[in-house]
Design a binder for this molecule. Structure first.
Ligand code: XMP
Length: 510
């Protein structure tokens, strides 16, 4: 495997994903990890190390650093990216300076010396840059292999020591031949073992799960979304009837969603325990207008209902994914490396302490979960489902949640999604939904002026939900959706389309 030492770059996870795409296992570790910790925490042999980028400046005294000894201990090739390049240059005696101007974004690069890293890459390419500091004098025994259009050193290497440094980001899609450059390092330099595959990896995970579970009962919550569905299918193949998936209807689901979810599981051969707790949730939300308050109440209620229905828990399976485990800002220190995510409530922390938590997907990225789902025969319709927030429609109704408002929103949302599917637009967008506003607007129905509800429809494109752009849906399409909603949903007089991106807006309205 390739070990990635994280210095806090927003792109660190991309490095791991790109390397895994090459068929080589990659794992991320905080820069503060010791050699022993690193070796103990992974089952694979380290064949190469990548130093990630990071937001700090090596020139600052308190910036994250490792010692040269740490690097040499492994005796494997190293690739330093951006901050990683600067740190390794500095550690080897090179000189850095704050650049007069920041190289940011697309930048021309010219290869001036042959390098194994650039095998199969044209002499001139465009790369993605994001740095303030630059190496101005390379360490002795390092040669410069490329420069940018601004005359800045773009890559360096010391082939004897097997240290390769790049100022640009080969892991970012925008870098031309980025994949080839990473591949040249992984295979050409490290000679890494190809053969990591999701299937093999999950087969190995099976042994760990079997050992941990023995003949105990495993409970998990399912929502019908991709992660919990794929996990339920994966675990039920291993554990059979020892697995108890619980599906809680919060009353905040979309039109007919509960039946669809139960039916989906049935068709996958999995019986779920269905708990209709709609009334309980609605009662708890009575009179509550503040979005965060709503979230808190729903979260608390969910835990209460789930634990009540699960009985004595021997083992709880959770769908934690790799990005939840790795906090990119691990530069803050090892204690900050595990994100306190929303489901780490006291009850779950207690189970964790007792060793009763199972997280079979803790090393997987979302696209890997999807790929696993396909291998396991989960239908595309489920795999490609849009993300749906835990608090459900409660954060899509501005202000207080009531049964009447839920009914209106459900119908409008259903029409929008149905039309998207009809026009093959559903899979073109990351998320699409309707929102019910709290203010009313005037409309004319027949000859009468009416005062009714406003529905906002929102559709966004995104790669990971961190940033998003509003979807440029065809006007004709929007027209049809608006007409249908006003005609078919009693009480709605107006439909608006949300044309803000994230940032500055968020995807959800609350
Ligand atoms: P925002 O609105 O923050 O949403 O741009 C980003 C992504 O997160 C989802 N989201 C939530 N998911 N509980 C969840 O499980 C929540 O409270 C929550 N709020 C937002 C949102 O649907 C989008 O995919």
């Amino acid at each position: 495997m390739i070990a990635i030492i994280d210095f806090g770059s927003q792109y660190t996870q991309l490095i791991a994903r790109r390397i895994r795409e090459l068929g080589v296992y990659a794992e991320i570790f905080p820069y503060s990890i010791s050699k022993e910790e690193l070796l103990n925490s992974s089952k694979e042999k380290v064949e190469g190390i990548v130093f990630s980028g990071g937001p700090a400046s090596v020139l600052d005294e308190d910036s994250p650093k490792v010692s040269l000894d740490f690097v040499k201990l492994f005796d494997v090739p190293i690739l330093g990216i951006c901050y990683g390049m600067q740190l390794l240059s500095y550690l080897n005696g090179g000189k850095l300076e704050k650049s007069l101007f920041r190289e940011y974004g697309y930048t021309g690069l010219r290869i001036i010396e042959d390098s194994i890293l650039f095998k199969g890459v044209p002499r001139e390419i465009v790369v993605w840059m994001s740095h303030g500091d630059s190496v101005v004098i390379p360490p002795s025994n390092f040669r410069v292999t490329s420069v940018t259009e601004n005359g800045i050193i773009a890559s360096l290497e010391n082939t004897n020591e097997r240290i390769y440094l790049v100022q640009f980001h080969p892991e970012v899609y925008h870098t031309q031949y980025g994949k080839e450059i990473l591949s040249n390092f992984v295979f050409g330099v490290c000679n890494a073992t190809k053969g990591w595959s999701l299937e093999r990896f999950m087969k190995e995970e099976e042994e760990i799960i079997k050992k941990k579970v023995g003949n105990k009962r495993v409970v998990m919550a399912v929502s019908g979304g991709v992660d919990s569905t794929v996990m339920a299918v994966y675990l039920s193949k291993i554990l059979g009837t020892q697995l108890l998936p619980i599906f809680v209807n919060t009353g905040l689901l979309r039109l007919n969603e509960e039946n669809e979810v139960i039916e989906n599981f049935r068709s996958l051969g999995i019986e779920v325990k269905y708990v209709d707790a709609s009334d309980e949730f609605l009662f708890a939300l009575k009179g509550v207008k503040d979005p965060e308050e709503k979230r808190k109440i729903i979260g608390k209620k969910f835990i209460e209902v789930f634990f009540r229905e699960a009985g004595d828990i021997e083992i709880l399976a959770q769908g934690t994914l790799y990005p939840d485990v790795i906090e990119t800002s691990s530069v803050k220190g090892p204690s900050a490396t595990i994100k306190t995510h929303h489901n780490r409530v006291a009850e779950i922390r207690k189970l964790e302490k007792e060793g009763k938590i199972l997280e079979p997907f803790r090393f997987l990225f979302k696209d890997e979960v999807r790929a696993l789902g396909r291998v396991l025969g989960v239908p595309e319709r489920i795999i490609n489902r849009h993300p749906f927030p835990g608090p459900g429609l409660a954060v899509r109704i501005m202000g207080e949640v009531t049964k009447e408002k839920l009914d209106i929103l459900r119908k409008a949302d259903y029409i929008f999604i149905e039309e998207l599917r009809n026009d093959n637009l559903y899979e073109e967008v990351w998320q699409a939904f309707a929102v019910l506003l709290s203010d009313k607007a005037v409309g004319v129905m027949g000859d009468e002026r009416s005062y009714g509800n406003v529905i906002a429809i929102r559709a966004v494109t995104s790669v990971d939900g961190m940033t998003a752009d509003w979807a440029r849906l065809p006007h004709e399409f929007l027209n049809r959706v608006a007409n249908r909603i006003v005609r078919e949903v009693p009480g709605v007089t107006r439909v608006v389309y949300d044309i803000t991106s994230k940032p500055p807006a968020t995807i959800e309205w609350e």
